[in-house]
Design a protein around this ligand. Structure first.
Ligand code: MRU
Length: 346
């Protein structure tokens, strides 16, 4: 397996506390926040200090460690009951990415077998969730890159990179691996209004590693496709339902529609922790709506008339029929549907 050495880590456990690279400050400053409590973790997820579905899940797993640590000090015999309210609040920090509840449930499943101080066992599990995510990304990088032509020009949306995961990235993992294989000619990165994950995070990650990247306004994507400059669109996911519908950053759906019209291929890259087989279709996914200020302001400066109303859904649903392939660490499925996804996930 040939993948790029990657050094960017958004989430890290060091010296008994959780270190988060504050993604709100990038690309201007690299600032690490050190969190000691589960309440701080919940707030960091809500405020987008850390974002991206897998990174949110990993952060929550470490949040469970912090919750158990302080509850055990106060109530060594019934710490489990004592942390449930905190875990419930943590699980609601952001509604769309299923990785958050996946990680909390996986940590909670260990509780009954723990005797004594819960920290060593829970920390080991959180580290395992983190490491499994990185390994999944290397595997998906390889699988996804093998599907690309040589040379290849790709468009990505939002940030599905090292910053959005345990490391290496999902969509950017495929792009990193394709670059390592020498087949990547050009990456176009959508700026990703309104939070600008593409401009602030994806462009930064790619530039750090010398991967050729051109930043575009979201509205320029159609013209690129019309001019025949994109072979594949490669994106991550926040939740994938049983039938293959994909919730991802707002704007993904419009790209998928454009891609079909222009005969451009659409790849979704996501670990199996992003699948929610309890939901039959994307119609049941809760779409987070964030503050209108993210639309009406830039870095706190108004860019629209005072008092104007704004609608700010953070995600949209791309129907499975518009997706050519979903890549997971267990393999990939072309033309996803309930049947082929169920057999992949078995
Ligand atoms: O609002 P965000 O920045 O958390 O949204 C992130 C995305 O939509 C990503 O594309 C998705 O989580 C996949 S990350 C590997």
């Amino acid at each position: 397996m040939k993948h790029l050495p990657d050094t960017i880590r958004a989430v890290d456990w060091q010296h008994d506390c959780l270190h988060l690279l504050d993604q709100r400050q990038l690309p201007l400053r690299q600032e690490i926040l050190k969190l000691q409590t589960v309440q701080e973790v919940t707030k960091a997820i809500q405020d987008m200090v850390v974002r991206g579905a897998p990174a949110i899940g990993i952060t929550a797993a470490y949040g469970v460690v912090l919750a158990a640590r302080s509850a055990y000090v106060q109530r060594p015999t019934d710490w489990m009951a004592h942390i449930e309210t905190d875990l419930h609040t943590l699980s609601k920090a952001r509604p769309t990415a299923v990785n958050l509840t996946y990680a909390i449930n996986r940590m909670r499943a260990l509780f009954p077998q723990i005797t004594g101080n819960p920290v060593p066992e829970l920390l080991a599990e959180a580290r395992l969730i983190h490491e499994e995510d990185i390994q999944a990304n290397y595997r998906m990088g390889e699988l996804g890159a093998n599907l690309l032509p040589n040379p290849c020009r790709v468009l990505t949306h939002c940030n599905a990179g090292a910053l959005a995961t345990g490391g290496y990235g999902t969509a950017l993992g495929v792009i990193r691996t394709a670059f390592a294989h020498g087949k990547l000619q050009q990456v176009y990165a959508d700026e990703t209004r309104p939070w600008l994950q593409g401009a602030r995070l994806t462009a930064w990650e790619l530039k750090e590693e010398g991967i050729p990247c051109v930043l575009i306004a979201d509205s320029a994507a159609a013209m690129l496709m019309r001019n025949g400059l994109i072979d594949w669109i490669i994106v991550g996911a926040d939740r994938i339902t049983a039938n293959g519908d994909v919730a991802n950053k707002i704007g993904t759906y419009s790209l998928a529609v454009l891609a079909r019209y222009h005969h451009v291929k659409m790849m979704v890259v996501a670990p199996t922790t992003t699948f929610d087989s309890t939901l039959a279709s994307g119609n049941s996914i809760i779409i987070e709506e964030r503050s209108p200020h993210e639309v009406t302001q830039l870095h706190g400066h108004p860019i629209a008339p005072m008092g104007i109303k704004a609608w700010n859904p953070a995600f949209d649903i791309t129907p499975a029929e518009l997706i050519d392939v979903i890549v997971t660490e267990k393999g990939y499925v072309e033309h996803p549907n309930s049947t082929n996804l169920a057999s992949l996930l078995q």
